[in-house]
Design a protein around this ligand. Sequence first.
Ligand code: NIG
Ligand code: FE
Length: 418
Amino acid sequence: MKIFIKNIKQLVQVEEKPKLLVKGREMSELNTIKDSWLLLESGKISSFGKMQEIDNAIIDGLSQDAKVIDASGKMVFPSWCDSHTHLVYPQSREVEYIDKIKGLSYEEIAKRGGGILNSAKKLHKASEEELVESALIRLNEIAAYGTGAVEIKSGYGLNTEDELKMLRVIRQLKKLSPLTIKSTFLGAHAVPAEYRSDQSKYVDIVINEMIPMVAAEEFADYIDVFCDRGFFTIEDTDRILMAGMKYGLRPKIHANELDYSGGIQVGVKYNALSVDHLEYTGDEEIQALLNSETMPTVLPGAAFFLGMIYAPVRKMIDAGLPVALASDFNPGSSPSGNMQFILSMGSIAYKMLPEEGINATTINGAYAMGLSEELGSIAVGKKANVFITSEIPTYEYMPYSYGNNKVETVILNGKVIE
Ligand code: NIG
Ligand code: FE
């Protein structure tokens, strides 16, 4: 099956020589081709170029069943790569949202048994079928906003049986959804109430019971810890990541959302693929990241929704770091997986240029889930996950015009998603 898209106003994020990530000053560079065409074949990006220079052989090679799309006035982007979500969850939590409006903090809500523990209680009662069904609806919703690859974490189980249940649900989603999905084991998301007086006992369960079972079933691609004030300590995180490493689980951790917790440094120590949140990032943290292969990942949705300080993204990029942006889609701190909004937040709240934002939501997001060899840009041989916009004047319009959906046609694995 071939899809030939012609008369593209601008083909965005094109790579002749694909890179795994972009950092520092490079983040403000974005290759595009105006008045172009794109050929997708057998689920992959086959070729592209300028309309004026099109080889007749390409046109002649289009068989009867090739789908031709005229994209006049429209742009084509690689699908967004959302490297941090918790989109398998049992129920929304708008009651806490009201508490937040009344002035309670995220930590205060968590201490009262709300927050993550509240979701865990409900998840325990939900069946796998129900969880798959509701997550599929969310996946379809984010696909309609242009997401083509997504990482999903466990972490609302908080006991061995329910964590495994969550990971089985994610495995089902990998089979059922056209999106490319990576799964992350997050047993250390919150300390269950019964272990509050002896947190290390829960950490022992994560290490001795959960990790070996997760690894034996090859349930997870990555391992995560919520390493922050009031959640898991540096020592807990160190122990968990060490145990994960023995089973080949590379970390992607929650770090420095609530304090200068040392989370970034412990992530770098274990060669984390990414460290995420990063509101509290100072010179020492930047220095640690500069000497690493770890993708600093910022989650504007959570900072916005919780009314927190914003991560110093400008300072990080100016220091030469790469940055990825992700949605953190979850019921407690970011109940939206709309990556177009995340891109807008990148510019509005973090002062990222549109080019930096697009790099952060495509190629760098792909890197942050180990997918940048196959996704995150328009490059020959990469997976045909792209979207066609509505008629828009410039690519800068994508972050500028926030709140509405500018994605018109979604193509995943070389097929139009209806
Ligand atoms: O990334 N920070 C920790 N975990 C999630 C929140 C999950 C929840 O509140 O349900 C986050 O923001
Ligand atoms: Fe998160």
